[in-house]
Design a binder for this molecule. Structure first.
Ligand SMILES: [Cu+2]
Length: 187
């Protein structure tokens, strides 16, 4: 194994969202150890030459280093993701924006931020509260689409959304000012 290959493999593994690569490299290390032990038992004069011995040591060190690197990178990657992206960016984009109003009558949605796929999108709004609410989507102060205003009901509308940063809010009275708003990322 070439050191460069180890580094690139570790990088690829770090991008993977699971511990699987750690088990893969760890498994390779374990397999190598078993292989080495078996070979040593079968060949009492092993390792014969100094070069052979050095190759064995080098391979073992590389595998150990790769295992440790992958362990650190996979652990760090997961922790980093959890810290850096609070919700929307981490979640895979859907073509449906699903929002719900606080059912107990508070002036808020169930999400402070959301992400939808660019293109034809469905906006589904559940309002189980006794107050009238809607979902209005705007980009740079310009309203793009809005659901009907409903009370104790669910409403749905569709829109074609271009990639960008939007805001969603309730346009009833001063609900937006009271906190009934969030950011929408379209990508
Ligand atoms: Cu409202």
């Amino acid at each position: 194994m070439h050191p460069g290959n180890v580094a690139s493999a570790a990088w690829v593994f770090a991008a993977a969202p699971s511990k699987a690569p750690f088990y893969a490299v760890g498994g390779a290390l374990a397999a190598w150890a078993v292989l080495l032990a078996a070979f040593g038992v079968a060949h009492p004069d092993f390792p014969r030459a100094a070069v052979q011995g050095r190759l064995v040591v080098l391979t073992t060190l590389l595998l150990v280093a790769a295992t440790m690197a992958v362990a650190v990178l996979t652990a760090g990657g997961e922790g980093g993701k959890a810290r850096a992206t609070p919700g929307p960016a981490a979640a895979p984009a859907s073509s449906t924006l699903a929002l719900a109003a606080d059912p107990s009558g508070g002036l808020s949605y169930d999400k402070r931020a959301a992400t939808v796929k660019a293109g034809a999108a469905t906006i589904r709004f559940v309002n189980r509260s006794p107050l009238p609410h809607n979902v209005t989507i705007a980009e740079g102060g310009k309203v793009v689409v809005a659901t009907r205003t409903v009370t104790g009901a669910t409403t749905e509308t569709t829109a074609t959304l271009a990639p960008g940063r939007y805001v969603y809010y309730c346009s009833v009275d001063a609900h937006r000012q009271a906190g009934m708003q969030g950011t929408l990322t379209v990508r």
